[in-house]
Design a protein around this ligand. Sequence first.
Ligand code: GLU
Length: 325
Amino acid sequence: MSHYRKSLLTAAAVAAMAFGASTVGSPEAQAQSRDILIGGGSVTGVYYQVALQTCQIINKHAGDKYNCVGRPALGSVFNVNAVNRGLLDFGVAQSDRNWQAANGKADWDGKPVGKLRSVFSAHPEAVLLVTRTDTGIKSVGDLKGKTVNIGNPGSGQRGNSMDLLPLYGIDPDKDIKAEGLQQGEASPALVDKKVDAFIYTVGMPSAAIEEPANSTDIDILDINSDAIKKFISDKPYYVLAKYPAGIIKGVDEFETYAVKATVVTSADVDDQTVYDYTKTVFENLDELKGTHAAFRILDPADMLKGLSAPLHPGAIKYYKERGWM
Ligand code: GLU
């Protein structure tokens, strides 16, 4: 295929995304190709990479069968709700939110998301408290009286903030000036001194932390008090995790708790689509691992762990074929 023809096709694909796929392509291709929409998080986070890169793999390896689009979105809570309402085919969500949604807790108090289905776990995510060194904030307790981004409504980190601050005696409504920025705004706001700190639950590394670290001196603080250890002790989706000095430029070692990013879908999504998505991702896992540093540690055995909503039958079919279940 000539380069010219290829760029024409690419332009057509872009037009198809903008105006609806039905206007472009041969009738046969249209009949065969199913749109898949996957929701991630902020552009500088890792969820967007999960959405984007798994879509690239589907588009590359599943032939003309699917037209997969990975898009930025508001994060875990938004993605679970959007999947439940059929607005997304797949979404990325923290394992703690996945558990709460499946069991009708926290944001879903008394209203379990009965249709929520797990597909696989992806990378681990640390609950990060990030500040500039010039704020003098050395521990969670020092946040009193400061401006702190606790995460946008719809994000997973907002729930983590609301859990962890009271465990350090901080009332998020009274003791801090809480901001609800999306992470794409929160990282520059830290550099511009519009916030003194932010809490962000994210895979390591991510551009959202690297960008402020490249612009100013930052610290990532421990979140490992006895109250935190007690809080996570009876929750299987939390683990304590230690990160070495230098994992982010200029940052000392720190310890905090972590969750896993999970890919979820709805019972309403057909088995064949979920089967094809799961199979194509696992059969091209090495390619996925090469697309982002946070994916390097992905390992099939781990990817079937930490899933609290029931597995989707399409995923089960593939895992049984592989002898993993
Ligand atoms: N954990 C965050 C959330 O649930 C998103 C992190 C990311 O985008 O990588 O909203």
